[in-house]
Design a protein around this ligand. Structure first.
Ligand SMILES: Nc1nc2c(ncn2[C@@H]2O[C@H](COP(=O)(O)OP(=O)(O)OP(=O)(O)O)[C@@H](O)[C@H]2O)c(=O)[nH]1
Ligand SMILES: [Mg+2]
Length: 415
């Protein structure tokens, strides 16, 4: 079904032929990933080039390399050159002049994929916001940087029909979108508060794209999710209940994955989606241990989490153990080894989740005199209420409550 959305968006366009260029001391891994991103974006990669120098602030690559690229564009009939780093307007301008073709960057490809995959209205607003910001930044150069963009890659998706070269128009649209997102964010906050108040604990699945987060959501909750062997299969947050016999109300939230050099505009735009996870009680950092570079992926995802100030309890979940033998050594703790595909380790992971969530929770019975209805209300907000009865002294409430809040109700604890 998702593929349908892609083809619908892309079928009117012939597959663009692109040449990739990475500049830096170690470009191999990132360029391979860019190739994967291009294939997800339905682009045909006809050449890959790299240069082992620090990227130049003005021209990105060196003169000789630029000439090599210019000739390759002609030889392979390429429609565009894609740089593996986010380019400044100056760099775009200088490269386009030197190569005489459209130049875009890794950020544009990621935005394009997001644009084609966004389904919910929130997702679409977030992507459009990131796209408009991207277009805006390309317009801050000395000339109208969009002149060569024309159509195709770099201009597709929700933002496409609104592609405007008028900076003021883009600025207005950006503030409109920001307002819409702010009201969605407030709505989400209210939802979260009411969930917390009704005693729900939230566990967020985070990690590199394609690590198996959506598959794990299925394994933990039994609900069907969309998972596929492509980058950024999931863009929206999906939350499901994890049944358990400990009497805990547990929600698991799946969300968008991370990638190396994730555009900042995108992180900002997706903040309201990500907040859902950032404010969870527990994070599961899902890692695909069968990926050759899983250690790098793990560090990249940890760094994004750090940037998002997500510093709650975390369990590293090493996934896809069915696909690797022997298990690789690099690990971080606390961790657990699983296969979301065949179910290995899932029960152990569930135990770990429940144990972590119930740490610091005490089950107590309180007797609250009838003239202290305010205390009852507060306890309903603070605790997970298991039963309520009435005797001749007051309301008898059995509740689970965080240890650090018990002192507030000390005088009411039943003998
Ligand atoms: N062999 C194996 N494959 C798995 C396992 N878990 C997930 N996969 C596969 O890995 C691919 C990605 O899985 P998803 O669950 O979509 O991964 P994700 O982390 O949600 O990815 P995005 O939403 O794109 O960020 C799919 O093809 C899954 O079938 C596993 O335990 N073993
Ligand atoms: Mg997913």
């Amino acid at each position: 079904m998702e593929i349908g959305i892609l083809t619908e968006l892309y079928e009117t366009k012939t597959h663009e032929r692109v040449i990739l260029i990475g500049v830096g001391m170690d470009t191999q891994r990132s360029l391979q990933e860019l190739e994967q991103l291009c294939s997800t974006a339905q682009l045909e990669v006809v050449g890959v080039f790299n240069q082992k120098i620090e990227p130049d602030n003005r021209s990105y690559c060196g003169k000789g390399k630029a000439e090599e690229l210019r000739l390759a564009v002609i030889e392979f009939g390429a429609d565009a050159v894609i740089a593996d780093d986010e380019l400044s307007p100056k760099q775009v301008e200088s490269l386009e002049d030197a190569l005489d073709t459209k130049v875009i960057d890794r950020t544009a490809v990621i935005l394009d994929i997001f644009a084609a995959r966004a389904k919910s209205s929130e997702g679409k607003i977030q992507v459009e916001l990131a796209q408009q910001k991207y277009l805006y930044s390309r317009l801050t150069g000395s000339r109208t940087g969009l002149s060569r963009l024309g159509g195709g890659i770099g201009t597709r998706g929700p933002g496409e029909k609104k592609l405007e070269t008028d900076r003021r128009h883009i600025r207005n649209r950006i503030s409109e979108l920001e307002d819409e997102l702010e009201s969605i964010r407030r709505h989400r906050q209210l939802q979260r508060r009411s969930r917390t108040n009704s005693g729900f604990k939230t566990v967020a699945l985070m990690g590199y794209t394609n690590a198996g987060k959506s598959s794990l959501l299925t394994a933990l909750t039994g609900s069907l999710t969309y998972s596929e062997n492509i980058l950024f299969a999931t863009l929206d947050t999906l939350t499901r209940v994890m049944e358990n016999d400990k009497g805990l109300n547990v929600l698991i939230a799946d969300t968008v994955g991370f990638i190396d050099k994730l555009p900042h505009k995108l992180i900002d735009a997706f903040r309201s989606t990500l907040e859902e996870s950032i404010e969870a009680d527990l994070l599961l950092h899902v890692v695909d241990v069968s990926a050759e570079d899983y250690d790098v992926q793990m560090d990249v995802a940890d760094k994004v989490l750090e940037e998002l100030n997500a510093n709650q309890k975390k369990i590293y979940v090493f996934n896809k153990i069915d696909n690797v033998d022997p298990l690789p050594l690099y690990r971080k703790d606390p961790c657990c080894y699983i296969s979301a595909k065949n179910g290995d380790g899932i029960e152990e992971l569930k135990e770990m989740i429940l144990e972590t969530l119930s740490q610091g929770i005490q089950r107590l019975t309180f007797v609250i005199p009838y003239d202290k209805s305010g205390v009852v209300n507060r306890l309903f907000a603070d605790g997970n209420i298991l039963s309520t009865e009435y005797n001749d002294v007051g309301t008898v409430i059995t509740a689970e409550i965080q240890a650090d809040k018990v002192y507030l109700y000390q005088e009411f604890i039943a003998e």
